[in-house]
Design a protein around this ligand. Structure first.
Ligand code: DQA
Length: 138
């Protein structure tokens, strides 16, 4: 099973960014553990701060992968381009957020991606990614 995690802007700073909200673990450390926990999966990850690169990656993987776990970060709340890409592809997308966006500022309550996602997992820290991964097993 081929699954990719696609992370949007500023998620490359996990571990040193607003630790009270996002925790103190780097994504690479977390990802290594995730790979060890699910060795039978072909798991990959991609991060970009650039909207168009995220769209390119969604298009590139969206017809051949079994699942996409997408944390579009701030673009979740603004990007119709990413939302359209999610809508266009065939691979199911699970939207994830580390923080509980609904308990934060109102502008974070809106997701342009959610209506076209298979599901949304919000607020469980980095464990949100693992829960999203598990959702592809059945
Ligand atoms: C986030 C929530 C977004 O509102 C924010 O812009 C992020 C991270 C999360 O994972 O909690 O960068 O997607």
């Amino acid at each position: 099973m081929k699954i990719i995690i696609i992370n949007g802007p500023n998620l490359n700073l996990l571990g040193k960014r607003e630790n009270d909200i996002y925790g103190d673990e780097t994504f690479n450390d977390f990802f290594e553990k995730l790979q060890q926990k699910f060795p039978i999966l072909s798991l990959s990850q991609f991060q970009s701060n650039i909207e168009g690169e995220l769209i390119d990656k969604i298009q590139e993987t969206g017809y051949s992968y079994d699942g996409i776990i997408l944390n579009a970060a701030a673009y979740t709340h603004t990007s119709i381009g990413i939302a359209d890409a999610v809508r266009a592809i065939e691979t199911p997308v699970v939207e994830v957020h580390i923080s509980n966006t609904f308990s934060r500022e109102e502008f974070r309550h809106k997701s342009y991606i959610a209506p076209n996602a298979k599901g949304v997992i919000v607020g469980f820290g980095l464990q949100s990614y693992e829960l999203a991964l598990q959702s592809f097993f059945k």
